[in-house]
Design a binder for this molecule. Structure first.
Ligand SMILES: [Fe+2]
Ligand SMILES: [Fe+2]
Length: 153
């Protein structure tokens, strides 16, 4: 449970429509735990997308965004611990990328918390123009780089 949301429910909702589809060739970092976390991250993003495109409620969108923030913090902490455990040489720049994303996502959450009508903000545009691209780009260009340093499983 994250932010009152059941992950199973989120995954179910994504069957309706996906803005990103899990593709092992494209996204796998060859670590089953991290891959599972990335799958969940993608399902949260898809859930938000479905909520916005299916004209869900503002309360639901707020809940999903809170879940996204909490899940992202947990995921980044997992990755950072992993990178430190293998003395990953690009740890610092990777951590900066994580920190910048958390700052931006927290800023978005605060903006939305202060807004009565969050569906009046073009959240779908934020999702399509920033969140989706950041996630895909980060996994492919940064997370997959530490993959080469992981011991074979
Ligand atoms: Fe990362
Ligand atoms: Fe990641």
């Amino acid at each position: 449970m994250f932010g009152g949301l059941c992950m199973k429910g989120l995954v179910k909702e994504t069957i309706a429509m996906s803005i990103i589809k899990w593709d092992p060739d494209m996204f796998s970092v060859k670590d089953p735990n991290i891959d599972d976390q990335h799958k969940t991250w993608i399902s949260i993003l898809n859930s938000l997308y479905n909520n916005l495109t299916a004209k869900g409620t503002a309360a639901q969108s707020r809940k999903i965004l809170n879940a996204m923030l909490e899940y992202t913090q947990m995921h980044f902490a997992t990755e950072e611990k992993l990178m430190l455990s293998i003395d990953y040489p690009k740890y610092k720049e990777h951590k900066v990328s994580h920190d910048r994303f958390i700052d931006k996502l927290t800023g978005l959450k605060h903006d939305l918390d202060a807004e009565d009508d969050i569906l009046g903000i073009d959240l779908q545009h934020v999702l399509e123009s920033w969140l989706k691209h950041w996630l895909v780009d980060h996994i492919i260009n940064m997370d997959k780089q530490y993959s080469a340093y992981l011991p074979a499983k």
